[in-house]
Design a protein around this ligand. Structure first.
Ligand SMILES: [Zn+2]
Ligand SMILES: [Zn+2]
Length: 368
């Protein structure tokens, strides 16, 4: 089967014919219908984040189950599923307290480059190729643990399903599960990419307002307005703090940093008022640090909290978000950008680096 392989950071992905071993016990083989072009994969391509190489990238996928290994009970051939980049054991402290993204199984995948038993199902000319976060869906097919899957209704478009498994649940989840109670409160969202726009939709759903979107480009800010931002600030031409002071007579209660750079985290902390909270959602470079002034944290009781995977109970929350989409309450279609075939993956990532708006999606079955 064809897949997109990263051999070394800085080099383009190569499309190669790989061998895929059939699913072992507890594993599932999927035909990939759609895979989101997410910044996280870009972090591995440019070396900001490190993984075992060579590796098949892709972690936000939707597919159809083709085959199941021994003992698989949660899905069956023909089911439509979303891949999770954090598998869950179902039994640990975090899984049983509705925080499956914090389950220790996620670490196993990251360190071994394999599936849950630490071994890979992928080979290229007889050599082992690693899985990304137990998924690797920039491919025609994928074998993953059943613990990395959520079954969904088949009537959701595949590209919507794919992005819901990462960007959407991360952004909407930060609003629904972390901000939660912000009706009529001012919220700043820094970064209007897939995650930031999803956060804006979630904030609108919980009645927050004003919802202020911040970015460095006009196109994403226009999208932000379409999906629920009441105000936009283009920090390439405007001063964030001056604009915020003019926009919100009340102190800013929440800021969501959907970018994850030292500069954006600092801006988020500076933008909130007394008693405000920053939710750090975007991932930075490995070992990135930010300089945060200490005294406002104390004197103004500012808080900074992290949110992984939308702090969501993924198997429950992902189908719930898709229900909201079908009910017309989450305008996820507005997030979508261009469709690309699998062999156009490098083109899709140069579009992302150039700031093309909308979440691009790879469709392995697309004729190109
Ligand atoms: Zn992602
Ligand atoms: Zn667990």
């Amino acid at each position: 089967m064809k897949a997109a392989v990263l051999h070394q950071p800085g080099a383009p992905l190569s499309i190669a014919e790989l061998d895929l071993e059939p699913p072992r016990a507890g594993e599932v083989q999927l035909r990939v219908l759609a895979a989101g072009v997410c910044h996280s994969d870009l972090h591995y391509m440019n070396g900001d984040l490190q993984a075992r190489l060579p590796i098949v990238l892709g972690h936000e996928g939707a597919g159809v189950v083709e085959q199941v290994g021994d003992g698989v009970t949660s899905v069956a051939p023909g089911d439509t599923v979303i891949t999770l980049w954090r598998p869950r054991c179902g039994n640990c402290h975090f899984c049983t307290t509705a925080r499956p993204a914090l389950c220790a199984l996620g670490r196993v995948n990251a360190t071994s480059g394999g599936l849950l038993d630490g071994t890979s199902r992928l080979t290229l000319d007889g050599e082992k190729v690693n899985h990304l976060m137990g998924v690797s869906c920039f491919a025609e097919r994928a074998v993953v643990s059943e613990r990395s899957l959520v079954r969904i209704s088949p009537d959701v478009p595949a590209e919507i399903a794919a992005i819901t498994g990462c960007a959407v649940v991360t952004g909407v989840g930060a609003a629904l599960n972390v901000v939660r109670d912000a009706a009529g409160e001012a919220v700043v969202v820094i970064g209007a990419g897939g995650v930031g726009l999803s956060a804006i939709m979630g904030l609108k759903l919980i009645g927050a307002g004003p919802i202020i979107a911040v970015d460095t480009a006009e196109a994403p800010l226009k999208k932000a307005t379409e999906v629920g931002a009441t105000h936009v600030i283009n920090v390439s031409t405007q001063s964030l703090n001056d604009e915020l002071a003019a926009l919100s007579p009340r102190p800013i209660k929440w800021a969501i940093d959907a970018v994850g750079s030292p500069r954006t985290l600092r801006s988020a902390v500076d933008s909130i008022g007394t008693g405000g909270t920053v939710v750090a959602v975007g991932l930075g470079k490995v070992d990135a640090t930010a300089e945060i002034p200490i005294n406002p944290l104390v004197q103004q009781e500012k808080r900074i909290v992290g949110s992984l995977y939308g702090t969501a109970n993924t198997p429950i929350d992902i189908p719930k978000l898709l229900d909201l989409y079908r009910a017309g309450r989450l305008p996820l279609d507005a997030l979508l950008g261009r469709h690309y075939g699998l062999d156009q993956v490098n083109e899709a990532y140069s579009g992302l680096a150039d700031g093309n708006s909308g979440r691009a999606v790879l469709i392995p079955g697309l004729a190109t």
